[in-house]
Design a binder for this molecule. Structure first.
Ligand code: R1P
Ligand code: URA
Length: 330
C-alpha cells in the first residue's frame, strides 16, 4: 500500500505504507491505519461530506477555512480524505469512488477511527425518473436498493426458463435519512437554488449504473426493458436513481451505540446520522444528459450549501479535540 499525505504548509509526504498489519478480522496497521481508506484516529472529523468524484471533493475543499490546517490523504484503494475546518468546525470531505461496496468500506473504516457521533452527508449525482430535470437537485430522504438477481442469469437458457418464479431484479425495503439532517440540507439548497429546482423524495440505489438502472445494452442479456415501470409500480414515490445512498442509510440504521459510551457508560442508539442529496445529471424521462460545465457550476454553489447544513447540525458526542487531530496541527 502507498499513500500520499499532503499538509497545508506545503509539505508533501509520500510514503510507502509499510506499517505492519494486524487483525485479519478488522485489518489495521500497527500505527492504527485502516486497510482501505488508510486513515487513523485524528485524521477524520465527526462531520463528513462524502462524494464519488475526487474533483468534487477538491472543489468543496476550497471552501474550508484558509487559516486552519488542511490535511489530504489519498489511499491506494482510491479513497481521498481531506480534513480541515469550515467556519471553525472540523470537517472531512471524503471521495469514495462508486458503488455499494465503496460506501461500506468508507463507513465502517471511518467509524472505527472516530469517537462519538458521525454526521455523514452524501452529495452526488443521480438520474431522475420523475419531474426533476437535469440541473436540478434531489434531496434523497429515503432509499431502497435494486440489485441484479444473479441466479436469474444462469448460463443456460434451460435454467433461465426453469426459474420462472425468479425476477431479474430484487427490491429491498426502504431505509430513511436522518430527518433533521436532510431538512437542513433541503433548506440550504432551496435558499441557494430556489424551490422550483429542489425536489425531495425516495431514491433507488442500484448495484449497476447500467442493468439495474434499466439502461439498454445490446451486449448483455439484462432483462430490464420494464425495470423503470416496475420501479414505479413497486415504489410510485421513487424519483431518483444512483449507487450509494441506500448503503449509507442502511449502515446508519444498523450502527450500534458502541462509539457513544460516555464516562457514565450511558448507551445511546445509532451512532451515525446520515443524509443525501444529488444533482440530476441524467433525465431518464427525456433522455437528456447534463454537460460537465453545468455540473461544475452547480456543485460550486451546492458545496457551500451542504457545508453550511453540516456545520449547523448539532452533535452531542464528538472526538476529543486535542493536538492529535490534524485540524489542530500546523
Ligand atoms: C455513476 O456515474 C456515479 O455517479 C453517482 C452514482 O451514485 C455513481 O457513483 O454518484 P457520484 O457522482 O457521487 O459518484
Ligand atoms: N448516477 C447514476 O447512478 N445514475 C445516473 O443516471 C446518473 C448518475
Amino acid at each position: 500500500m502507498s499513500n500520499l499525505i499532503n499538509y497545508s504548509n506545503g509539505e508533501m509526504k509520500t510514503s510507502t505504507f509499510e506499517e505492519k498489519m494486524e487483525n485479519a478480522n478488522f485489518p489495521m496497521s500497527d500505527k492504527g491505519r485502516v486497510y482501505h481508506v488508510e486513515v487513523k484516529r485524528g485524521e477524520v472529523a465527526n462531520r463528513i461530506i462524502t462524494v464519488g468524484d475526487h474533483t468534487r471533493a477538491e472543489e468543496f475543499a476550497q471552501y474550508l477555512d484558509k487559516d486552519s490546517p488542511l490535511f489530504r490523504l489519498s489511499s491506494a484503494r482510491g479513497f481521498l480524505t481531506i480534513t480541515g475546518k469550515y467556519k471553525g468546525v472540523p470537517i472531512s470531505i471524503i471521495a469514495i469512488g462508486m458503488g455499494l461496496p465503496m460506501m461500506d468500506f468508507f463507513v465502517r473504516e471511518v467509524r472505527s477511527v472516530v469517537d462519538g457521533q458521525l454526521a455523514i452527508i452524501r452529495f452526488g449525482t443521480c438520474g431522475s425518473i420523475g419531474a426533476a430535470r437535469t440541473g436540478s437537485i434531489i434531496v434523497q430522504n429515503a432509499a431502497f436498493a435494486i440489485t441484479r438477481n444473479y441466479n436469474y442469469f444462469s448460463d443456460t437458457e434451460e435454467i433461465e426458463s426453469e426459474l420462472t418464479d425468479e425476477k431479474p431484479y430484487n427490491f429491498t425495503k426502504i431505509f430513511h435519512a436522518d430527518p433533521q439532517l436532510y431538512k437542513k440540507i433541503e433548506l440550504e439548497l432551496i435558499n441557494s437554488f430556489g424551490e422550483d429546482n429542489v425536489f425531495t423524495g425516495l431514491n433507488a440505489t442500484c448495484d449497476s449504473f447500467y442493468s439495474s438502472q434499466g439502461r439498454k445494452d445490446g451486449n448483455f442479456r439484462d432483462y430490464n426493458s420494464n425495470l423503470i415501470s416496475t420501479i414505479s409500480d413497486v415504489y410510485p414515490e421513487a424519483i431518483s436513481l444512483e449507487m450509494e445512498a441506500f448503503m449509507l442509510f442502511h449502515l446508519a440504521k444498523s450502527s450500534t451505540s458502541l462509539p457513544l459510551k460516555d464516562s457514565n457508560n450511558t448507551i445511546l442508539k445509532n451512532s451515525i446520522k446520515a443524509a443525501s442529496a444529488a444533482m440530476v445529471v441524467a433525465d431518464r424521462v427525456t433522455n437528456d444528459f447534463i454537460s460537465p460545465v453545468k455540473v461544475h457550476d452547480i456543485q460550486k454553489v451546492a458545496g457551500k450549501a451542504v457545508l453550511n447544513a453540516l456545520v449547523d447540525f448539532e452533535l452531542i458526542y464528538v472526538h476529543p479535540d486535542d493536538d492529535d487531530c490534524v485540524w489542530n496541527q500546523n
